[in-house]
Write a new protein. Structure first.
Lengths: 427, 157
């Protein structure tokens, strides 16, 4: 039997071995220990608003159906017929009363119950339908974010999100008083390990370097707003691998600072909205359109990133799919939601002015990490002045790698059930 | 006299040639001032403004896209991918003396960082007669793989 890699030999509090981006055995361990034993984000509430609405997606490598049943309960079910394992649904999204396997016609209800088996008499009474539903995962929801897990024993989603919850609530203020809804997505792959992307969402350091050409394409006021490295922002470890990177402190709470001047780039939009909304509401909508001033990284696969959801899906040790899901105001003014769509298109996606440059940098990390052996990836930026908040959260400056250290600390816990001896609360 | 297939094809062949040879500033002059360059995600959408697209460029965004390709400050476009595109299967859907709508197939090969990729697309053009001659008023590139996971496209389709 082949020896599994020992994750403890690959990671220290301030560095990691380059092989963590490419070792296939380590990847298989991650798919089991991380993606089958933690809460994995699968959907936003607005994607399945009504009974019968469903989407298909993945929990790690496992294809699943996320579906709202007649009672309004959300189910996350393995997309696998209990007979001969065929997927029962290949549509990305839709509305249905049942899922019928195309191979032999086994039919399942919205909650996964096996309802119909053609020519059941062929089993001569040896088929107990009640024992063969679509396999349901455990499902919990927080503020519209739907998570699932294979593990019946891990603590509740509520305690898993823990100190990240107030930041989720702040992020959802982009609804400007309306519920947040998804508005389509950009989906792309890059030839590299998923953790490279996990790191990037908590990496402010790269922004002015990688995104020079994006910054060239926006007005001076926006450039000034995005000139946050060296500014008053911070990165904070929220526990359980989650972290927040506050780049623009003035845009943490979008319901505050409503007296702040409306940015020039939104002047025309504000003038249009003023015909239908009072001044205070216009300012709230405009602030929502601009997006939040922080990235909330939720271990392992979701980020609430400024103005969109970033979802990662590992495809192999050296290939990752990323989705950038646009969000908007459910019931809010069309012109404001359209403004958000144009902002999303400007930066995100395979033809955006930001994403392709990010993808190029990640691609290079992957290729460069194959050079040599036993050479470290550094994770020590901002460590020298890292400190603790009164509530125990570690924090450092905006360009610190505190968020990456938080994620890797949780990675090690998940992979080994043990933390670093010197780490932990109060250390 | 209605815009002929020959005149329409001459314009879009010129566009393809300019894009494959990096003449991006010349490319800008082929469009009307309120023309749009669109790469949708949803294969069936017509109201591009109301939905998320890969690209929905007015004149200002087209200029920014060109500056990004020429500016040398984008790591995914320094230098831009090299491309060769073939257009064929032309069909004039409607034509008058003022405007015409033409649909064709495009097969584009891309080379960057030693990797060759290809993209097939249905492309619809709305062309318009102006004082400055025949111009592109709308170009809609419907990628065959638009609903799939793409890779970075740091050039103009």
């Amino acid at each position: 039997m082949q020896d599994l890699p020992d994750p403890r030999t690959l990671l220290a509090p301030d560095r990691a071995d380059g092989s963590i981006y490419s070792d296939p055995d380590l990847y298989d361990m991650e798919m089991d220990r991380i993606f089958m034993h933690n809460w994995i984000w699968v959907a936003h509430r607005s994607e399945i608003p009504e009974p019968g609405d469903f989407i298909t997606t993945f929990v790690g490598p496992h294809p699943v159906i996320v579906c709202r049943d007649r009672q309004g309960v959300v189910h996350v079910m393995l997309n696998r017929c209990r007979h001969r394992a065929a997927t029962v649904c290949e549509l990305r999204r839709g509305k249905t009363a049942s899922f019928v396997c195309p191979y032999h016609g086994w039919a399942y209800g919205l909650d996964g119950t096996l309802r119909g088996v053609p020519h059941q008499e062929g089993y001569s009474g040896h088929l107990d339908k009640s024992s063969l539903p679509l396999v349901n995962l455990r499902v919990e929801e927080y503020n519209g974010l739907v998570f699932a897990t294979f593990d019946e024993t891990i603590p509740s989603l509520d305690s898993w999100l823990g100190r990240a919850k107030p930041w989720i609530d702040l992020f959802m203020k982009q609804g400007a008083g309306w519920p947040v809804k998804t508005m389509g997505e950009h989906k792309f792959t890059f030839p590299g390990n998923w953790k490279i992307q996990l790191e990037n969402t908590t990496d402010a350091y790269h922004f002015p370097i990688v995104h020079k050409s994006f910054l060239d394409s926006v007005d001076q006021e926006t450039q000034d707003t995005l000139n946050f490295v060296g500014g008053k922002g911070f990165v904070e470890d929220l526990g359980n691998g989650h972290s927040v990177m506050v780049m623009i402190p003035e845009l943490v709470d979008l319901d505050e600072n409503l007296d702040a001047p409306i940015p020039e780039r939104f002047a025309e939009l504000a003038a249009g909205l003023s015909k239908d909304y009072p001044s205070e509401k216009v300012r709230q909508i405009i602030r929502a359109v601009g997006g939040s001033g922080f990235n909330l990284n939720l271990f392992p696969n979701l980020a609430c990133s400024m103005a969109f959801f970033r979802v990662l899906r590992p495809l192999s040790a050296t290939s990752t799919e990323i989705r950038h899901i646009a969000i908007g105001m459910d019931g809010g003014p069309d012109v404001a939601n359209q403004a958000r769509l144009r902002l999303h298109e400007h930066f995100q996606g395979p033809m955006g002015f930001g994403t392709p440059d990010d993808a190029e940098a990640w691609d290079r990390v992957q290729r460069g990490s194959l050079a040599g052996k036993n050479i470290d990836i550094l994770l020590n930026r901002g460590l020298g002045h890292e400190a603790r908040r009164p509530d125990g959260n570690l924090y450092s400056d905006v360009s610190a790698e505190t968020g990456m250290r938080a994620a890797y600390r949780q990675w090690l816990v998940a992979m080994t059930d043990k933390a670093f001896p010197a780490e932990g609360e109060g250390a | 006299m209605s815009i002929t297939l020959q005149d329409a094809v001459a314009l879009i062949a010129l566009e393809a040639d300019l894009l494959d040879h990096g003449a991006f500033r010349d490319w800008l002059t082929l469009y009307t001032s309120d023309g749009r360059y669109v790469v949708p995600i949803d294969p069936d959408v017509e109201d591009f403004e109301s939905v998320l697209n890969y690209a929905y460029d007015d004149a200002a965004m087209r200029e920014k896209r060109v500056e990004r390709l020429l500016g040398g400050r984008s790591i995914s476009a320094a230098p831009p991918a090299r491309t060769v595109r073939l257009l064929s299967r032309y069909r004039m859907l409607e034509t008058t003396d003022a405007t015409c709508t033409l649909r064709c197939a495009q097969h584009l090969m891309e080379l960057r960082q030693g990797r060759q990729r290809d993209y097939a697309a249905n492309v619809t053009y709305r062309l318009k007669n102006t004082d400055g001659g025949l111009k592109i008023d709308l170009k809609v590139i419907r990628l065959l793989t638009a609903t799939e996971a793409l890779t970075a496209v740091s050039y103009i389709l």
